[in-house]
Design a protein around this ligand. Structure first.
Ligand code: EPZ
Length: 440
């Protein structure tokens, strides 16, 4: 069954204005945080994306009253009657989302038990949860592996602890925060992720009554408290979606104003965008991204944890690099298998080779482990329309950008996957003067 089919007439510059709302990688976490409150929470700037629908379903399953005003983008969450959910229902609702792993801490605090089905998420590597389970055990949780997933209990409650992360994992940092805020005593988290979405979650938890300090060298201290109340918060804008549209503007020779974009969350992206030959204009209500004319320049870029160049920014940028003059190198150090999307670009005429070596930067964890995690892009290469299948969320958007940049017609299959992280992308394409037709 075709999971959405889009016909794209490429070769036209994207031009116009769009609005980007709350960050896909913050909003679901803030929704889970509401479980910790004894009173209702209100979350603003919430985009209508599949990940929000999935988490709304999971929260409802657990007795939370969820009301969402799509137009205003406001979610009201009332956790006064949290209850255990049935195993099969959680599994059915979770779909491909990895978010259920973050329910553990809050449900252990509220109910003394939690269940995680086998998790999904984009196929961009193994996506393990070992850090998460080690963290929960460190707080005193008991982890039992069952046939259909994992059951956790906390017979002696959850106590503050010291956690040293082997890698600055975003999810593991969120796991620690969501568990430590109501644990008994103090927690010290070392090697934490400090992405803007993490800092926004810290703001949410502090508004609820949590005591959290983010110190230098990735150390976060949390003092557990007896009770947390609901919060009122407006989610930070989605810097990944913003960068995706910026790269689309560059790849198609266009001019796109992104309402809601924040410069301070995108410093590293903006530097790279400028070095490749893009131009941007920061205004109070957003950022204008445009191709100022002239040749795009090849570049060497290495993805990394914040404040480095974000792993989710590289897929859209690679499409623009196929139009840059010379040889570019992208060294992906966060995920081991995040260049699958380049196969479709090569089918359209791009000249991209992937390598197991750590190219262009310092050696990373994947260097000697047989993962094709470095890409070499030679340009400029004219792209021709083709039939392509979307592999994952961010790779899928890159395929869309490539189809928009290519001469001729493309048919992009599996487009529904893009609904997970890009709100109203069809209407946004329309307002950017793209010629696209939904075939299925
Ligand atoms: C979050 O994933 C984001 N997803 C990802 O965005 C983002 O790319 C990633 O952080 C890095 O910024 C959401 O927030 C929903 P990690 P997460 O834990 O938390 C390894 C998108 O398209 N690891 O920081 O799952 C892991 O394999 C998505 O919006 C373990 O080894 O990422 C990876 O190599 C894609 N064991 C590295 O850490 C664990 O238990 C970074 O993963 C957990 C992670």
């Amino acid at each position: 069954m075709v999971d959405g089919l889009l016909q794209v007439e490429g070769g036209r510059p994207l031009s116009g204005e769009i609005t980007v709302r709350g960050a896909k990688n913050l909003v679901p976490k803030a929704m889970v945080a509401a479980l910790l409150g004894t009173t209702p929470s209100v979350l603003g700037n919430v985009p209508l994306i599949r990940d929000v629908e999935v988490v709304s379903g999971l929260l409802t399953l657990h007795g939370v009253q969820v009301d969402y005003d799509q137009t205003a983008g406001i979610l009201r969450l009332d956790p006064s009657r949290v209850e255990a959910a049935h195993v099969a229902d959680i599994d059915a609702h979770a779909g491909s989302s990895r978010i259920p792993i973050l329910f553990c801490g809050p449900l252990l605090h509220r109910l003394g038990e939690a269940f995680i089905p086998d998790l999904g998420g984009c196929r961009i590597g193994d996506r393990p949860i070992d850090f998460h389970l080690d963290i929960l055990r460190s707080f005193g949780a008991v982890v039992d592996k069952l046939e259909a997933g994992i059951r956790l209990t906390a017979p002696d409650g959850l106590r503050g602890t010291v956690i040293e992360l082997p890698y600055p994992s975003v999810g593991a940092t969120e796991q620690t925060l969501l568990t430590a805020v109501r644990a008994d005593g103090r927690t010290e988290l070392r090697g934490a992720a400090v992405e803007p979405e993490i800092m926004d979650l810290v703001d949410v938890l502090q508004k609820m009554g949590a005591i959290i300090s983010v110190d230098t060298d990735r150390i976060i201290h949390i003092e557990g408290v007896e009770e947390l109340a609901g919060y009122r918060h407006t989610a930070l804008p989605d810097r990944i979606e913003t960068a995706s549209w910026a790269s689309a503007a560059l790849a198609t020779g266009g001019d796109v104003f992104v309402h809601g974009a924040h410069q301070s969350h995108m410093t590293t992206f903006l530097n790279i965008f400028r070095k490749v030959g893009g131009a941007f204009d920061v205004r109070d209500d957003g950022i204008r991204f445009y191709h100022p004319g002239g040749d795009l320049r090849s570049i060497v870029v290495e993805t990394n944890v914040h404040p480095g160049f974000m792993t989710d920014w590289q897929q859209p940028l690679v499409v623009a690099l196929t139009q840059a003059d010379g040889v570019s190198i992208v060294h992906e150090t966060v995920y081991e298998n995040r260049f699958g999307f380049t196969k479709a670009l090569c089918k359209m005429g791009a000249a991209i080779q992937v390598y197991r070596e750590c190219l262009g930067g310092t050696a990373c964890r994947f260097g000697q482990r047989n993962f094709y995690h470095s890409a070499v892009i030679s340009g400029p290469t004219p792209l021709r329309g083709a039939d392509i299948v979307v592999p994952d969320l961010r790779g899928g958007f890159s395929h869309l950008i490539a189809a928009l940049a290519a001469q001729g017609t493309s048919r992009v299959e599996g487009i529904n996957l893009i609904d997970r992280g890009y709100e109203h992308f069809m209407s946004k394409l329309g307002s950017l003067d793209a010629k696209v037709t939904r075939l299925a």
